[in-house]
Design a binder for this molecule. Structure first.
Ligand code: AP5
Length: 216
Protein backbone atom coordinates (compact mmCIF):
# COMPACT_ATOMS: atom_id res chain seq x y z
CA UNK A 1 0.00 0.00 0.00
CA UNK A 2 1.18 3.53 -0.76
CA UNK A 3 -0.58 5.85 1.65
CA UNK A 4 -0.58 9.52 2.59
CA UNK A 5 -1.62 10.57 6.10
CA UNK A 6 -2.96 14.10 5.85
CA UNK A 7 -4.06 16.31 8.71
CA UNK A 8 -3.15 19.32 10.85
CA UNK A 9 -0.34 19.29 13.40
CA UNK A 10 -1.43 17.06 16.27
CA UNK A 11 -4.10 15.18 14.29
CA UNK A 12 -2.28 11.91 15.05
CA UNK A 13 -0.48 11.29 11.73
CA UNK A 14 2.71 10.06 13.38
CA UNK A 15 0.83 8.03 16.01
CA UNK A 16 -1.32 6.25 13.43
CA UNK A 17 1.59 5.85 10.98
CA UNK A 18 3.60 4.00 13.63
CA UNK A 19 0.74 1.57 14.21
CA UNK A 20 0.21 1.07 10.47
CA UNK A 21 3.91 0.38 10.02
CA UNK A 22 3.74 -2.41 12.59
CA UNK A 23 0.55 -3.84 11.12
CA UNK A 24 1.38 -3.61 7.41
CA UNK A 25 5.17 -4.06 7.55
CA UNK A 26 5.86 -1.00 5.39
CA UNK A 27 7.94 2.04 6.47
CA UNK A 28 6.71 5.35 7.85
CA UNK A 29 8.23 8.14 5.77
CA UNK A 30 8.04 11.32 7.84
CA UNK A 31 9.56 14.50 6.40
CA UNK A 32 9.37 16.05 9.89
CA UNK A 33 11.46 13.21 11.38
CA UNK A 34 13.94 13.36 8.49
CA UNK A 35 14.35 17.12 8.86
CA UNK A 36 14.73 16.86 12.67
CA UNK A 37 17.43 14.18 12.16
CA UNK A 38 19.26 16.54 9.78
CA UNK A 39 19.00 19.38 12.34
CA UNK A 40 20.34 17.11 15.11
CA UNK A 41 23.24 15.99 12.88
CA UNK A 42 24.06 19.63 12.00
CA UNK A 43 24.14 18.95 8.23
CA UNK A 44 23.81 21.85 5.72
CA UNK A 45 20.20 20.70 5.12
CA UNK A 46 19.54 20.71 8.85
CA UNK A 47 20.99 24.20 9.27
CA UNK A 48 18.78 25.49 6.45
CA UNK A 49 15.64 23.74 7.75
CA UNK A 50 16.00 24.71 11.42
CA UNK A 51 15.14 28.38 11.01
CA UNK A 52 11.88 27.52 9.23
CA UNK A 53 10.91 24.73 11.63
CA UNK A 54 11.55 26.71 14.82
CA UNK A 55 9.15 29.43 13.73
CA UNK A 56 6.48 26.98 12.53
CA UNK A 57 6.90 27.75 8.82
CA UNK A 58 7.25 25.22 6.02
CA UNK A 59 10.70 24.32 4.69
CA UNK A 60 10.93 25.31 0.97
CA UNK A 61 9.24 22.87 -1.43
CA UNK A 62 12.40 22.15 -3.44
CA UNK A 63 14.21 20.91 -0.34
CA UNK A 64 11.56 18.44 0.84
CA UNK A 65 10.69 17.25 -2.67
CA UNK A 66 14.36 16.34 -3.19
CA UNK A 67 14.46 14.41 0.10
CA UNK A 68 11.30 12.45 -0.71
CA UNK A 69 12.37 11.58 -4.26
CA UNK A 70 15.53 9.96 -2.87
CA UNK A 71 13.74 8.23 0.01
CA UNK A 72 11.07 6.57 -2.18
CA UNK A 73 13.79 4.90 -4.26
CA UNK A 74 15.11 3.01 -1.20
CA UNK A 75 14.57 -0.78 -1.23
CA UNK A 76 12.39 -0.75 1.90
CA UNK A 77 9.80 1.35 0.02
CA UNK A 78 9.39 -1.22 -2.77
CA UNK A 79 6.36 -2.86 -1.08
CA UNK A 80 4.78 0.44 -0.08
CA UNK A 81 5.05 3.18 2.53
CA UNK A 82 3.12 5.61 4.69
CA UNK A 83 3.84 9.26 3.94
CA UNK A 84 3.49 11.30 7.15
CA UNK A 85 3.73 15.09 6.76
CA UNK A 86 4.28 15.05 2.98
CA UNK A 87 2.93 16.49 0.74
CA UNK A 88 2.05 19.77 2.46
CA UNK A 89 1.51 22.09 -0.49
CA UNK A 90 -0.10 21.69 -3.90
CA UNK A 91 3.38 22.04 -5.48
CA UNK A 92 4.60 19.09 -3.35
CA UNK A 93 1.53 17.02 -4.30
CA UNK A 94 2.15 17.70 -7.99
CA UNK A 95 5.83 16.78 -7.70
CA UNK A 96 4.88 13.56 -5.88
CA UNK A 97 2.33 12.73 -8.59
CA UNK A 98 5.00 13.14 -11.32
CA UNK A 99 7.51 11.04 -9.38
CA UNK A 100 5.04 8.21 -8.78
CA UNK A 101 3.89 8.25 -12.38
CA UNK A 102 7.48 7.93 -13.56
CA UNK A 103 7.99 5.03 -11.12
CA UNK A 104 4.71 3.37 -12.22
CA UNK A 105 3.54 3.20 -8.58
CA UNK A 106 0.25 5.06 -8.02
CA UNK A 107 -1.04 6.03 -4.58
CA UNK A 108 -3.47 3.65 -2.87
CA UNK A 109 -5.27 6.23 -0.70
CA UNK A 110 -5.00 9.53 1.17
CA UNK A 111 -6.32 9.38 4.75
CA UNK A 112 -7.37 12.76 6.09
CA UNK A 113 -7.55 12.92 9.92
CA UNK A 114 -9.88 15.56 11.38
CA UNK A 115 -9.71 16.90 14.97
CA UNK A 116 -11.02 20.13 16.58
CA UNK A 117 -8.42 22.97 16.83
CA UNK A 118 -8.49 23.23 20.67
CA UNK A 119 -7.88 19.49 20.97
CA UNK A 120 -4.91 19.84 18.59
CA UNK A 121 -3.31 22.47 20.86
CA UNK A 122 -3.88 20.28 23.93
CA UNK A 123 -2.32 17.26 22.22
CA UNK A 124 0.76 19.11 21.01
CA UNK A 125 1.41 20.98 24.26
CA UNK A 126 1.48 17.62 26.13
CA UNK A 127 3.46 15.68 23.53
CA UNK A 128 6.84 14.14 24.33
CA UNK A 129 8.93 12.42 21.65
CA UNK A 130 11.71 9.86 21.85
CA UNK A 131 15.09 11.27 20.83
CA UNK A 132 16.25 7.83 19.63
CA UNK A 133 13.36 6.16 17.77
CA UNK A 134 10.88 9.06 17.34
CA UNK A 135 7.97 7.37 19.16
CA UNK A 136 5.32 9.87 20.35
CA UNK A 137 3.84 10.03 23.86
CA UNK A 138 1.44 12.36 25.63
CA UNK A 139 1.78 13.34 29.29
CA UNK A 140 -1.96 12.71 29.93
CA UNK A 141 -3.34 10.42 27.21
CA UNK A 142 -0.36 8.23 26.25
CA UNK A 143 2.25 8.46 29.03
CA UNK A 144 5.39 6.29 28.96
CA UNK A 145 5.59 3.51 31.56
CA UNK A 146 8.77 5.09 33.04
CA UNK A 147 8.66 8.93 33.20
CA UNK A 148 10.97 10.52 30.63
CA UNK A 149 11.92 7.18 28.97
CA UNK A 150 10.70 5.52 25.77
CA UNK A 151 8.79 2.23 26.23
CA UNK A 152 10.13 0.89 22.94
CA UNK A 153 13.84 1.63 23.09
CA UNK A 154 14.55 3.27 26.48
CA UNK A 155 15.61 6.53 24.76
CA UNK A 156 15.21 9.91 26.45
CA UNK A 157 11.96 11.81 25.83
CA UNK A 158 12.02 15.50 24.92
CA UNK A 159 9.58 18.29 24.08
CA UNK A 160 9.85 19.57 20.50
CA UNK A 161 10.97 23.19 20.04
CA UNK A 162 7.91 23.87 17.87
CA UNK A 163 5.44 22.53 20.46
CA UNK A 164 5.23 25.84 22.36
CA UNK A 165 1.72 27.29 22.26
CA UNK A 166 2.57 30.35 20.12
CA UNK A 167 4.39 28.24 17.52
CA UNK A 168 1.59 25.63 17.58
CA UNK A 169 -0.92 28.35 16.60
CA UNK A 170 1.38 29.49 13.79
CA UNK A 171 1.66 25.90 12.50
CA UNK A 172 -2.13 25.54 12.55
CA UNK A 173 -2.47 28.72 10.47
CA UNK A 174 0.15 27.44 8.00
CA UNK A 175 -1.80 24.18 7.74
CA UNK A 176 -5.05 26.02 7.04
CA UNK A 177 -3.49 28.24 4.37
CA UNK A 178 -1.06 25.90 2.61
CA UNK A 179 -1.96 22.26 3.34
CA UNK A 180 -5.74 22.11 3.77
CA UNK A 181 -6.25 22.73 0.00
CA UNK A 182 -4.87 19.19 -0.49
CA UNK A 183 -8.12 17.77 0.90
CA UNK A 184 -9.93 19.16 -2.14
CA UNK A 185 -7.01 18.22 -4.41
CA UNK A 186 -7.09 14.53 -3.47
CA UNK A 187 -10.87 14.35 -3.18
CA UNK A 188 -11.02 15.48 -6.80
CA UNK A 189 -8.72 12.57 -7.73
CA UNK A 190 -10.93 10.03 -5.95
CA UNK A 191 -8.22 9.16 -3.41
CA UNK A 192 -9.45 10.86 -0.23
CA UNK A 193 -10.79 8.92 2.76
CA UNK A 194 -11.83 11.05 5.75
CA UNK A 195 -11.20 9.69 9.24
CA UNK A 196 -12.64 11.08 12.48
CA UNK A 197 -9.41 11.58 14.47
CA UNK A 198 -11.16 12.21 17.80
CA UNK A 199 -11.33 9.75 20.66
CA UNK A 200 -8.98 7.01 21.86
CA UNK A 201 -5.88 6.27 19.77
CA UNK A 202 -6.98 2.61 19.43
CA UNK A 203 -10.45 3.63 18.22
CA UNK A 204 -8.98 5.96 15.59
CA UNK A 205 -6.69 3.13 14.48
CA UNK A 206 -9.66 0.77 14.16
CA UNK A 207 -11.38 3.36 11.90
CA UNK A 208 -8.24 3.69 9.78
CA UNK A 209 -7.94 -0.09 9.38
CA UNK A 210 -11.60 -0.41 8.45
CA UNK A 211 -11.21 2.21 5.72
CA UNK A 212 -8.20 0.36 4.33
CA UNK A 213 -9.86 -3.04 4.55
CA UNK A 214 -7.07 -4.10 6.91
CA UNK A 215 -9.03 -5.18 9.99
CA UNK A 216 -8.05 -8.15 12.13
P1 AP5 B 1 6.00 17.46 11.35
O1 AP5 B 1 6.95 16.74 12.18
O2 AP5 B 1 5.42 16.79 10.17
O3 AP5 B 1 4.87 18.04 12.31
P2 AP5 B 1 3.31 18.24 12.10
O4 AP5 B 1 2.62 18.01 10.83
O5 AP5 B 1 3.16 19.60 12.63
O6 AP5 B 1 2.75 17.04 12.79
P3 AP5 B 1 2.94 16.63 14.24
O7 AP5 B 1 4.07 15.67 14.31
O8 AP5 B 1 3.01 17.81 15.13
O9 AP5 B 1 1.52 15.95 14.50
P4 AP5 B 1 0.98 14.51 14.18
O10 AP5 B 1 -0.27 14.67 13.36
O11 AP5 B 1 2.02 13.59 13.64
O12 AP5 B 1 0.53 14.07 15.65
P5 AP5 B 1 1.15 12.97 16.62
O13 AP5 B 1 0.76 11.61 16.16
O14 AP5 B 1 2.59 13.24 16.89
O15 AP5 B 1 6.65 18.82 10.82
C1 AP5 B 1 7.39 19.68 11.66
C2 AP5 B 1 7.97 20.81 10.84
O16 AP5 B 1 8.87 20.28 9.83
C3 AP5 B 1 6.98 21.65 10.02
O17 AP5 B 1 6.39 22.68 10.81
C4 AP5 B 1 7.86 22.17 8.90
O18 AP5 B 1 8.66 23.23 9.34
C5 AP5 B 1 8.77 20.99 8.60
N1 AP5 B 1 8.21 20.09 7.58
C6 AP5 B 1 7.88 18.76 7.75
N2 AP5 B 1 7.40 18.25 6.60
C7 AP5 B 1 7.41 19.27 5.69
C8 AP5 B 1 7.01 19.36 4.34
N3 AP5 B 1 6.48 18.32 3.67
N4 AP5 B 1 7.16 20.56 3.71
C9 AP5 B 1 7.68 21.62 4.35
N5 AP5 B 1 8.08 21.61 5.64
C10 AP5 B 1 7.94 20.43 6.31
O19 AP5 B 1 0.28 13.28 17.93
C11 AP5 B 1 0.47 14.49 18.66
C12 AP5 B 1 0.23 14.22 20.15
O20 AP5 B 1 -1.14 13.82 20.35
C13 AP5 B 1 1.08 13.08 20.72
O21 AP5 B 1 1.45 13.42 22.03
C14 AP5 B 1 0.14 11.85 20.73
O22 AP5 B 1 0.45 10.93 21.76
C15 AP5 B 1 -1.22 12.54 20.96
N6 AP5 B 1 -2.33 11.82 20.32
C16 AP5 B 1 -2.35 11.27 19.07
N7 AP5 B 1 -3.55 10.72 18.81
C17 AP5 B 1 -4.32 10.94 19.92
C18 AP5 B 1 -5.68 10.62 20.27
N8 AP5 B 1 -6.50 9.96 19.43
N9 AP5 B 1 -6.13 11.02 21.48
C19 AP5 B 1 -5.33 11.68 22.36
N10 AP5 B 1 -4.03 12.00 22.09
C20 AP5 B 1 -3.54 11.64 20.88
Amino acid sequence: MRLILLGPPGAGKGTQAQRLTEKLGIPQVSTGDMLRAAVAAGTPLGREAKAYMDRGALVPDGVVIGIIRERLKAPDCARGYILDGFPRTVAQAEALGETLEAMGTPLTAVLSLTVDPEELVRRLAGRRSCGSCGAAYHLDTAPPRRPGRCDRCGGELFQREDDREETIRKRLAVYRDQTAPLVVYYRGRGLLKEVDGRGEIADVFARVCRLLGAEG
